[in-house]
Design a protein around this ligand. Structure first.
Ligand code: GDP
Length: 298
């Protein structure tokens, strides 16, 4: 992820090395290069425009600091603007003040939701929480079993409808899971909801019904970072249909160009909270905008 963008930006900055002072023409040329690099990385057009505009304005206005040469100065500005579009501060989970914290996951089928649910459970366990997973995806025949397998891998119990009752109502399952969590003293409940191959009204309604029934502390929209511009379109559809507090980017280990990661915060106004980056259960962490920006500019 981001390899092409990183290379393109590095080339752009290389051209500035050795220059004593940047002329307006140098700044314009650099801005153009950055624009092309971002567009090639599949960053959404309005985000590119805003980003390049901000870099240009700052590059022109900024006092040249004695400690930095022009190339370093631009890199610093680009770094800071990258951090800004990625959301600035790391957004941490909000836990409930009393009773179990309820986290609901929503997203398309194949986004990596079931895998992510288990990764998140393990991550919470490592922070001395006692999570429980909830199989409220009753649409796909194997979803419950898949969550159970993943739950076993990380040693976290899975609340699921009784076998033979696979056509149960996901809203009832989600509601019942909260009682179970209180009874068994789980302090975090992670509810996996049904995904579809594409956005549809029924899927949205079901997710919204679960949300209304359990009033989650956090609704997280899970999206595959490899699907490029489609990730942004899907993110908008889920924002309107279900609403969410934060985004989880999955498959950041893939070879996609990274545009989704850079666009989603600006387009939806919701922060990326977690990054999932591989098949291993430990390939998962909070999303840190400053580290991501450094990775892009390294
Ligand atoms: P769901 O349909 O949203 O529940 O998606 P799954 O959790 O079943 O994941 C779909 C596929 O993507 C599976 O083959 C996972 O192993 C794979 N997958 C999930 N997360 C990641 C990730 O971060 N990186 C990679 N490379 N593959 C992933």
């Amino acid at each position: 992820m981001f390899a092409t963008l990183s290379d393109r930006l590095a080339d752009t900055f290389k051209n500035l090395r050795g220059k004593g002072r940047l002329s307006d023409a140098d700044i314009d040329a650099t801005a153009r290069e950055i624009r092309i690099a971002l567009l090639e990385a599949d960053v959404a057009l309005p985000v590119v425009k805003e980003f390049v505009g901000a870099v240009k304005e700052r590059a022109r206005g900024e006092e040249v600091s004695g400690a930095l040469n022009p190339a370093q100065q631009i890199i610093k500005i680009v770094h800071e603007e990258l951090v800004a579009i990625l959301g600035g501060e790391t957004r941490r989970l909000r836990y409930a003040k009393s009773g179990p914290t309820v986290i609901m996951l929503a997203g398309l089928q194949g986004a990596g939701k079931t895998t992510l649910a288990a990764k998140l459970a393990l991550w919470l366990k490592e922070q001395d929480k006692t999570p429980m997973l909830v199989a409220a995806d009753l649409q796909r025949p194997n979803a419950v079993q898949q969550l159970q397998v993943n739950g076993e891998r990380v040693g976290v119990p899975v609340f699921a409808p009784e076998p033979g009752n696979g056509t149960g109502n996901p809203v009832d399952v989600a509601r019942a899971s909260l009682e179970e969590a209180r009874r068994k003293l789980h302090d975090v409940v992670i509810i996996d909801t049904a995904g579809r191959l594409g956005v549809d009204a029924e899927l949205m309604k079901q997710a919204a019904d679960i949300r209304d029934a359990v009033q989650p502390d956090e609704v997280l929209f899970v999206v595959d970072a490899m699907i490029g511009q489609d990730a942004v379109t899907t993110a908008q559809a889920f924002l309107e249909g279900v609403g969410y507090d934060g985004v989880v980017l999955t498959k950041l280990d893939g070879d996609a160009r990274g545009g989704a990661a850079l666009s989603i915060r600006s387009v939806t106004g919701r922060p990326v909270m977690f990054a999932s980056s591989g098949e291993k259960m430990t390939d998962f962490d909070l999303f840190h905008p400053d580290r991501m920006a450094s990775r892009i500019l390294d």
